[in-house]
Design a protein around this ligand. Structure first.
Ligand code: SF4
Length: 325
């Protein structure tokens, strides 16, 4: 059963160089208890998608946010005041960059207390025991001491655990984790991801996990959306999409991952330009970099089409091939 449904989400920015379509018609659903991965290169629109779902795109300066975000039977984008009771309470965000996400002049304890006061109306006294329990639940070694420290006094791994504690403090239904461990070294990253996985299972959470690392997505998600140029190019169960990619971009991403993982240098895609997000690109957003691009690809935008069970692909080539089967 789905707990969150996003339809045709669009987030555009007006700039002096023209309109940037950072998120351009993204649709997906999140099922109760699952982890949905969103993967793609920098600039794919992953983080803007997360912030748009949270109703925060205007704070980034977005001129247009359109589409539908359905939660608990209501379209949040249609009535933004609904976000006051949902954001941070029912849907929490673990933002990128743990170091800058926290207030540098407040102790960790004060920042958790603030969340508990605002969202759950707890007094400072009531909050104290909750803070200690929360910090302990994210496996911080000395919760009492950590609560008295300022963000700059914590290591990267500890900061990431504090962000998870903040996201959990109102017992949300959904967590959107935006690159939750990408700034950490490999060992710490594995520890934080395992903590998130265990916490999610223990509390029965549903999760959207954003990452550029295919390894992180492969090990931590049930289904995956592959994004590029603000659009979803392929989506489906993670083992199927990453084990048997259909879209040329997913294939290229996997090739990059394989080559870099083996320390074999570059592949052609890594030397190409990122997507052009300006204006009215009529064709496929990946056409500039796709070795299979044909005339139709430049003229007509491929929309995500169902291909097999629980899977969609936005590529003219795949449409043609499947119609010949
Ligand atoms: Fe390549 Fe054309 Fe498919 Fe786009 S639609 S990914 S350009 S083959």
């Amino acid at each position: 059963m789905e707990i969150l449904k996003v339809n045709n989400l669009r987030t555009y920015f007006n700039t002096t160089h023209g309109l940037i379509k950072a998120v351009d018609g993204v649709s997906f659903n999140l099922r109760r208890g699952e982890t949905l991965g969103i993967v793609g290169e920098s600039g794919a629109g992953k983080s803007v998608t997360a912030l748009s779902v949270m109703g925060l795109a205007a704070r980034l300066g977005a001129g247009v946010t359109d589409g539908e975000v359905w939660y608990a039977g209501k379209n949040l984008l249609e009535n933004p005041t609904l976000y006051d009771s949902v954001r941070g309470r029912r849907i929490s965000l673990i933002p990128q960059e743990a170091g800058s996400a926290l207030n540098p002049v407040l102790t960790v304890g004060k920042q958790v207390e603030e969340m508990l006061r605002v969202h759950l109306s707890l007094t400072s006294r009531e909050a104290r025991s909750v803070i200690s329990r929360l910090l302990e639940s994210v496996e911080l070694p000395d919760p009492g001491l950590t609560a008295r420290l300022y963000p700059h006094q914590l290591s990267g791994g500890a900061l990431q655990r504090v962000l998870l504690a903040l996201a959990l403090c109102c017992e949300p239904d959904i967590i959107i984790a935006d690159e939750p461990a990408s700034s950490l070294d490999v060992t710490l990253q594995a520890q934080v991801l395992m903590l998130i996985r265990n916490t999610k299972a223990r509390q029965g959470l549903s999760m959207v996990l954003i990452a550029h690392d295919l390894g992180v997505i492969s090990q931590n998600s049930d289904r995956v959306l592959v994004m590029y140029g603000g659009r979803v190019l392929e989506a489906g169960p993670t083992p199927k999409v990453l084990g048997g990619p259909l879209h040329p971009y997913t294939m290229a991403l996997l090739e990059i991952y394989r080559v870099m993982d083996q320390g074999m240098g570059e592949v052609s895609l890594t030397r190409a330009y990122p997507p052009n997000l300006y204006g009215n690109n009529r064709g496929c957003v990946f056409a500039d970099r796709c070795q299979k691009a044909a005339d139709l690809c430049w003229a007509e935008r491929p929309e995500p089409q169902p291909v097999g069970e629980d899977r969609v692909v936005a590529c003219h080539l795949v449409e043609t091939e499947s119609s010949h089967e």
